[in-house]
Ligand binder design. Structure first.
Ligand SMILES: *Cc1c(COP(=O)(O)O)cnc(C)c1O
Length: 381
């Protein structure tokens, strides 16, 4: 089976992990600090806090922005469930903004309409979580401008988008958000096995996220209530979690990060090859907008919904690991129970019925890609 996504691990990655195995630290230690500094520098953000996965990063990002019961959070229905679940972990209410069928990201037009309505109803969201779907950057300048008008904070779910750029600025710079979250799951752009990171330019938010990642415990006398009782002393000053990443993972991440430009270049070249070879087929290709440099996490094509199943099954039968991203979150049974129903976000639902994700990853050989293309063309005839 040709997978839709796969990690790329080389000898240097392996050596980096083995070095940590021979060192004094296995859990959060010096390799974490190096990984955080390297990611922050590569994105141009002040702070980066590594955690055990992006789901944990989203949870801590919500907590740092003081999302709680009585608050409302909005995200895109075209995402992985974790983007919406993080608000619910905090006891907040979740709602969605339908997508732009062109970019497949949260529609800025729909967002403007929804903000306007929410204001008159007194139901404005506290936090908005745009998702850079497939690695394609959202129009963050426009989203930031709108959210600012309504006093709404922003967490970017950039799980697909490390290495993406918008008008030259790296996703992760937090130029238009409070916090940006990356995932280092093996199908994503770079991997640490499991792993995630929260980036921010705000010193207080960074301090809160790092406190909550480790039980809410501090050893910093400046943060304690009363005096330190000695060198052994620590205080729990908030209810936190064990969301730490290990040094083994961080060493892998730092090694992977060095190949980020090569990963993006290869994905971009393969995406371009797909575009050329599929240009005249009865399918919709991903958009390419001037000034928006996708990380190309996914290459999604759209096929007429009445033929999608046949094309999907035909590809799988040929040994091609096509997939579908995403089942709209609001259609999940656990979301129906909250009152969401089919028809609530028609653009995301319509897109979902047509979507097929083709294989795209660093290791994908051109011959493999040509086989994907010829198989798809045959099925479309
Ligand atoms: C993968 C992913 C997540 C969750 O990442 P984990 O690191 O697996 O927790 C969240 N949001 C989106 C959009 C994702 O693709």
């Amino acid at each position: 089976m040709i997978p839709y996504g796969r990690q790329h691990i080389d000898a240097e990655d392996i050596a980096a992990v083995v070095d940590v195995l021979r060192s004094d630290w296995l859990t959060q230690g010096p390799a974490i600090l190096r990984f955080e500094a390297a990611v922050a520098a590569s994105c141009g953000a002040r702070h980066a806090v590594a955690v055990c996965n992006a789901t944990a990063a989203l949870h801590l990002a919500c907590l740092a922005l003081e999302v709680g019961p009585g608050d409302i959070v909005w995200t895109s229905p075209n995402t992985f469930v974790a983007t919406a679940n993080c608000a619910r972990y905090c006891g907040a209410e979740i709602d969605f903004v339908d997508i732009d069928p062109n970019t497949l990201n949260m529609s800025v037009e729909q967002l403007a309409i929804k903000f306007n309505r929410a204001k008159t109803q007194g139901r404005l969201p506290k936090v908005l979580i745009p998702v850079h779907f497939a690695g394609q950057p959202c129009d963050m300048a426009a989203i930031f401008e709108l959210a600012g008008q309504y006093g709404c904070r922003i967490i970017e779910d950039a799980s697909h988008a490390i290495g993406a750029r918008c008008h030259g600025t790296a996703i992760g710079s937090c130029a238009y958000s409070d916090i940006t979250v990356f995932s280092f799951h093996p199908v994503k752009i770079i991997t640490t096995g499991e792993g995630g990171m929260a980036l921010t330019n705000d010193d207080r938010l960074a301090q809160k996220i790092s406190l909550l990642r480790s039980h809410g415990i501090t050893r910093d006398p400046a943060l304690m209530e009363g005096k330190s009782e000695g060198p052994w002393y620590y205080q729990q000053i908030a209810l936190g979690y064990n969301y730490r990443m290990t040094d083994l993972q961080a060493a892998l991440g730092t090694s992977q990060l060095q190949r980020l430009p090569a990963f993006i270049a290869r994905r971009t070249a393969l995406a371009q090859r797909y575009r050329e070879r599929l240009a005249h087929q009865p399918i919709t290709l991903p958009v390419q907008l001037h000034g928006y440099d996708s990380a190309w996490h996914l290459f999604v094509v759209r096929v007429a919904s009445k033929r999608r199943r046949q094309v999907f099954d035909g590809m799988r039968a040929a040994g091609i690991g096509v997939n579908v991203h995403y089942i709209p979150v609001h259609l999940q049974p656990d979301y129906s129970r909250l009152g969401f129903a089919p028809g609530d976000f028609p653009k995301a639902e319509h897109y979902y019925r047509e979507a097929i994700t083709l294989p795209l990853h660093y290791n994908l050989a051109e011959e493999e890609q040509d086989f994907v293309v010829s198989t798809l063309k045959n099925l479309l005839q």
